[in-house]
Design a protein around this ligand. Structure first.
Ligand SMILES: Cc1ncc(CN)c(N)n1
Length: 224
């Protein structure tokens, strides 16, 4: 970091909650993809659950988009979020083709408890009572956990199975990393002007996203 560069509030929170952040971005499931020991039935469980999650994530991002258009005061916010929404369109198509490839019939997949709880959390964030800065912090954290996790599976020395490289590329690619940085910059800009109450809420929401992400990975172990 340049001497003159001030550490943003998000990085300060990540440092403060470092072990939870590591639990979310270096979960055993992710590590098992990277070292090649992944149990393919775990991967299929994750695939089915994540397909359902993404279908619920679309309205959340659409809500962020509306708020970016109305409340941000910066035209570029809407463009960044619109890019995210467009990539979710591709993502749903990708899930469908992966479902056929792995023999996972999404019409029979039932959302497990952790998935339902994460969905409820997203729905609560869609309330107009929740400040834009808080919503943006959550949005960044949700995307960043996947970016960091899957980029890890593509890093030097990985033994990621060839048939899972496509999944890892989806979130681990450089374009997605840049997009996450753009979302982080928006969140940081909003947090710089946020009230004390909003800052407390944004930190709490960040922690809760990380907890939900850990619980989400845990579903891949097979339990309900
Ligand atoms: C659980 C979860 N978290 C985040 C992402 C990335 N959009 C995802 N697909 N699924």
């Amino acid at each position: 970091m340049e001497k003159s560069e001030k550490k943003g509030v998000i990085d300060t929170w990540i440092d403060k909650h470092r072990s939870l952040y590591a639990a979310a971005t270096r979960h055993d499931f992710v590590v098992s993809i990277r070292d090649g020991s992944v149990d393919l039935s775990s991967f299929k469980t994750w695939l089915g659950q994540d397909y359902l999650f993404v279908r619920g994530f679309v309205p959340f991002v659409a809500n962020v988009l509306i708020r970016a258009g109305k409340e941000s005061g910066e035209t570029s916010d809407m463009e960044v979020v619109l890019g995210g929404l467009a990539s979710l369109n591709d993502e749903i198509e990708w899930f469908k083709s992966e479902g056929s490839k792995w023999g996972v019939d999404f019409s029979t997949v039932v959302a497990q408890k952790a998935n339902q709880e994460y969905s409820r959390f997203l729905e609560a964030l869609m309330s107009s009572e929740v400040e834009y800065s808080v919503v943006m912090t959550a949005f960044w954290a949700i995307e960043a956990v996947y970016q960091e996790s899957f980029a890890h599976c593509l890093g030097d020395g990985n033994k990621t199975p060839a048939e899972l490289i496509g999944a890892c590329n989806r979130w681990g690619n450089d374009g997605f990393r840049q997009y996450c940085l753009s979302v982080k910059n928006i969140a940081e800009r909003c947090l710089e002007n946020a009230s004390r109450e909003a800052l407390v809420e944004a930190e709490d929401v960040l922690v809760r996203v990380l907890e939900h992400e850990v619980a989400f990975w845990e579903m891949s172990r097979g339990g309900q």
